[in-house]
Design a protein around this ligand. Structure first.
Ligand SMILES: [Zn+2]
Length: 287
């Protein structure tokens, strides 16, 4: 970078006429002896500016898992006198998001809690098995049972947003209602855990342009699922286990419930589901 930046500051050479110091205006006679001495090279100090390089992000709606990308960085030298900027030099290259659909990873997700009866049972199983999961909680229930949210967060689980009180036909609601359901719940979770959610799961899977827009404005992606054992529909533990373990592909987002009704069959199926995934070489991740 030496010599690149400084070209705006004019430096006059020293001029000698017949042995005397002179300037560009000094009149000269014929046969005058003119000596021009080029100035010494002038250099300037530079400061370094670091800027982020954009990366290819994951899609806004996830139905299978992604490994999110990360921005890169570049540095630019800025001349203290000239203000001129060097060409950027890449310090670290951006990392694009990567689909995990072909990798043996899975996320256990639990919706509709927290529930004073069933959430502690789920947390006990996860702790015993050493698995971290993702809880899509309702803001109203989080407000009613903040200790359950605190315990789940302290155990290392991810706490995400599933609306304030699970309104029906979520995809048909007007933008303002959708926004308030999301924003109130994110604020409640942040109050309890200190962390704002980065994912929203629409109640009943109800999507719309307003759901996409509101979640984007609130800095959340939409988390759907690709494995649904329908534990909310009265399936037996054996049925729930069979549907999960036979439905696996890769990058699986498994939809379970720790609230919204009797979760005795879900909690009975859970240890076997975890063991089966482990035996198949799956890694558990959270959103
Ligand atoms: Zn739900």
């Amino acid at each position: 970078m030496e010599g690149n930046l400084l070209d705006k500051v004019q430096v006059t050479p020293s001029i000698w006429v017949n042995g005397s110091s002179a300037s560009l205006d000094t009149p000269t006679a014929p046969y005058s002896r003119i000596v021009v001495v080029a100035p010494a090279q002038v250099s300037e100090t530079t400061s370094t500016e670091v800027s982020a390089l954009p990366f290819d992000s994951s899609p806004h709606i996830w139905s299978r898992l992604w490994a999110e990308g990360a921005p890169g960085s570049a540095s630019v030298a800025v001349g203290s006198i000239s203000g001129k900027r060097s060409a950027p030099v890449v310090v670290s290259a951006p990392v694009p998001a990567r689909s995990l659909a072909d990798e043996a990873t899975a996320a256990l997700t639990f919706d509709d809690g927290p529930d004073p009866t069933w959430t502690p049972v789920v947390l006990d199983i996860l702790k015993e098995k050493g698995v971290k999961a993702t809880f899509f909680v309702l803001g109203g229930r989080a407000q009613a049972y903040p200790d359950l949210i605190r315990r789940a967060a302290a155990d290392g689980h991810s706490i995400q947003n599933h609306s304030w009180n699970h309104p029906p036909a979520f995809g048909l609601l007007p933008f303002e209602v959708v926004f308030d359901e999301m924003n109130g719940t994110s604020a409640e979770i942040e109050t309890i855990t200190g962390k704002r959610p980065t994912f929203f799961r629409p109640p009943g899977g109800g999507l719309s342009a307003d759901v996409e827009a509101a979640s984007g404005q609130l800095g959340m992606k939409l988390a759907m699922w690709n494995v649904d054992p329908q534990d909310w529909a009265g399936n037996t533990a054996e049925g729930i286990y069979a549907r999960v373990t036979q439905g696996l592909g890769g990058g699986d987002m498994i939809l379970l419930h720790d609230g919204g009704g009797d979760r005795g069959q879900t909690t009975a199926a859970l240890p076997g589901i975890i063991d089966d995934l482990r035996n198949k070489g799956f890694t558990f991740v959270t959103l």
